[in-house]
Design a protein around this ligand. Structure first.
Ligand SMILES: Cc1cc2nc3c(=O)[nH]c(=O)nc-3n(C[C@H](O)[C@H](O)[C@H](O)COP(=O)(O)OP(=O)(O)OC[C@H]3O[C@@H](n4cnc5c(N)ncnc54)[C@H](O)[C@@H]3O)c2cc1C
Length: 401
C-alpha cells in the first residue's frame, strides 16, 4: 500500500477539481487530485458549453463574474483557447407577460452588477437575428460566452500538472476521515494524507460529505442534449427560450448543439444518463419553430450527463460545518461549467487564506437544517414524475474505519 502526503487532497477530477488544483499550484501549494475515472469525463465533459452570466440567481452573480474574468483570459491560465467564444446570450420571451417580465428581470439584475444587457423588441430582434422566429422580445447579454466542454477540463488538468499538481486517474476514494492532525483518504492500493481536503465529487459528493456527518438534498438530474451535423454558419449567439423549452448554439464547425427542459434523471451508480425519445421530439419541435431554416438538419447524437441538483437550485460551496480544513463545492444545478474557474479560485482562497472576498452566503451546507426549500422554477425544469426524493438523504458511513 502506497501512502502519499500532500497539502491539499481533492476528491474529483472534474472542472471544479482541476481548477482548484491549478489555482492552488499557482500559489505554490502542494496538491493531489484523485479521480476515479478520467479527468473531465462526467458532467464537466458532456455539458452544453454555455458560459451564461445573465439570468442567474442574484446570489450567484459575484461568483459568476469572478469566473467570467478568468474565462476571458483562459489561454493565460491554461495555454489553450478551448473554442472560447464571446458569442453573447439571448434570453428570449414569447408573447407572454410572465416570460417578458422574466427577461426584463434578467436584464435588470445583470445591469445591477455591471453586466451590459440590452432589451431587444420584436423589430430589433428580427433586424439583428432574422433567422429567429416566434419571440416577442429578448434580453441580450453580449458578455456571455460559450466554450467546448470536451476540451476545457483536460486543458486545465494539463496546466495544473505543468504547474506541479499530482493528478491520479482511476483512483476511487472509498472513505476519508480526520485523524486529529490530518485527513486520511483510503483508496484501493493507495492512502493519501493531507492537511486540507476539498470535496468536489460532483453528483457523488454527498457520499463524501456523509463521511464527515454532513448531508445535502442532492439528486442526479440528466439535462438532455442534442447535436446536428455541420451546417452553414447561421447562428452567431447562444439562444435560450425563457420557458426553457429550447436552448441552442452553433459551434465554429457548424454543428447546432441543443438542450431543453424538462430535464430527466440520471443514474450515478450505473453511471448512465438516458434520454427519453419524447424529449428528442419535443426539443426538435421547439428548435424548428424557433429556427425554421434548420428544417433540413440531421440530428447526429443525443446524450445527457450526471449533474447534481438541489431543489433550491443553488450549489453548496464553502467550508464544512463539522470539520475544519474540509471544503465542499457541488450541486451546481446545471450552472457549473460557467462557475468552474471562480469556484477553483474561491476554494484556493479558503484553503490558503481561510476566507474569500467572493460572497458565498447562499451556498452554505448548513442551509438544509430545516429541510430542502424548492426554487419557484424547480418543478417546471424537471419531469415532475421523475423528481425523485429530494428530502435529506441518510448520512453515509465511512467505509474503512
Ligand atoms: C448534460 C449537461 C449539460 C450542462 N450544461 C451546462 C452549461 O451549458 N453551462 C453550465 O454552466 N453548466 C452546465 N452543466 C453543469 C456543469 O457541467 C457541471 O455543473 C460541472 O461540470 C460540475 O463539475 P464538477 O467538477 O463539480 O463535477 P463532475 O464533472 O461530475 O466531476 C466530479 C468528478 O468526481 C469524480 N468522483 C466522484 N466520486 C469520487 C470518488 N469517491 N473518488 C474519486 N473520484 C470521484 C467523478 O468521477 C467525476 O469525474 C451541464 C451539465 C450536464 C450534465
Amino acid at each position: 500500500m502506497t501512502t502519499l502526503r500532500t497539502g491539499t487532497a481533492i476528491i474529483g477530477g472534474g472542472l471544479m477539481g482541476c481548477w482548484t488544483a491549478l489555482m492552488l499550484r499557482r500559489r505554490g501549494h502542494p496538491v493531489i487530485v484523485l479521480e476515479r475515472g478520467h479527468v473531465g469525463a462526467q458532467a464537466s465533459g458532456v455539458n452544453y458549453g454555455n458560459l451564461r452570466i445573465q439570468g442567474r440567481h442574484p446570489g450567484q452573480l459575484p461568483l459568476s463574474l469572478r469566473s467570467a474574468e478568468i474565462w476571458e483570459h483562459l489561454s493565460d491560465y491554461v495555454g489553450e483557447e478551448c473554442e472560447f467564444e464571446a458569442s453573447g446570450h439571448l434570453y428570449a420571451a414569447r408573447d407572454d407577460a410572465k416570460e417578458i417580465a422574466k427577461a426584463e428581470d434578467a436584464a435588470r439584475q445583470g445591469a445591477a452588477v455591471g453586466l451590459t444587457t440590452e432589451i431587444l423588441d420584436r423589430a430589433a430582434l428580427s433586424h439583428r437575428f432574422p433567422w429567429l422566429h416566434g419571440f416577442t422580445m429578448a434580453s441580450w447579454s453580449p458578455r456571455d460566452a460559450t466554450a467546448n466542454p470536451r476540451l476545457v477540463t483536460p486543458a486545465v488538468a494539463r496546466a495544473a500538472l505543468a504547474a506541479g499538481a499530482e493528478i491520479r486517474e482511476g483512483v476511487r476514494v472509498r472513505g476519508a476521515a480526520w485523524t486529529g492532525d490530518r485527513f486520511r483518504l483510503e483508496a484501493e492500493e493507495l492512502t493519501v494524507e493531507a492537511d486540507t481536503l476539498v470535496n468536489v465529487a460532483g453528483a457523488w459528493a454527498p457520499e463524501v460529505a456523509g463521511w464527515f456527518g454532513e448531508s445535502a438534498p442532492l439528486f442526479p438530474g440528466g439535462p438532455p442534449q442534442f447535436v446536428t451535423d455541420s451546417l452553414p454558419r447561421l447562428i452567431p449567439t447562444s439562444v435560450q427560450a425563457v420557458d426553457g423549452s429550447v436552448i441552442f448554439r452553433q459551434t465554429r464547425q457548424g454543428q447546432v448543439v441543443v438542450a431543453g427542459y424538462p430535464r430527466g434523471v440520471s443514474d450515478p451508480v450505473a453511471i448512465r444518463a438516458p434520454v427519453d425519445a419524447r424529449k428528442t421530439l419535443h426539443a426538435m419541435g421547439h428548435l424548428l419553430r424557433a429556427v425554421p431554416a434548420l428544417s433540413g438538419a440531421t440530428l447526429l447524437r443525443v446524450w445527457s450527463g450526471i449533474e447534481g441538483y438541489i431543489p433550491d437550485m443553488l450549489p453548496v460551496t464553502g467550508p464544512s460545518l463539522t470539520t475544519p480544513g474540509l471544503f465542499h463545492a457541488f450541486g451546481f444545478c446545471g450552472h457549473g461549467f460557467q462557475l468552474g474557474p471562480g469556484v477553483g479560485a474561491v476554494l484556493a482562497d479558503l484553503v490558503l487564506d481561510g476566507r474569500t472576498a467572493t460572497p458565498l452566503r447562499d451556498f452554505s451546507i448548513g442551509r438544509f437544517a430545516d429541510g430542502a426549500k424548492e426554487a419557484e422554477h424547480f418543478r417546471r425544469e424537471f419531469d415532475v414524475a421523475s423528481v425523485i426524493r429530494v428530502d435529506t438523504p441518510a448520512r453515509g458511513a465511512n467505509t474503512f474505519q
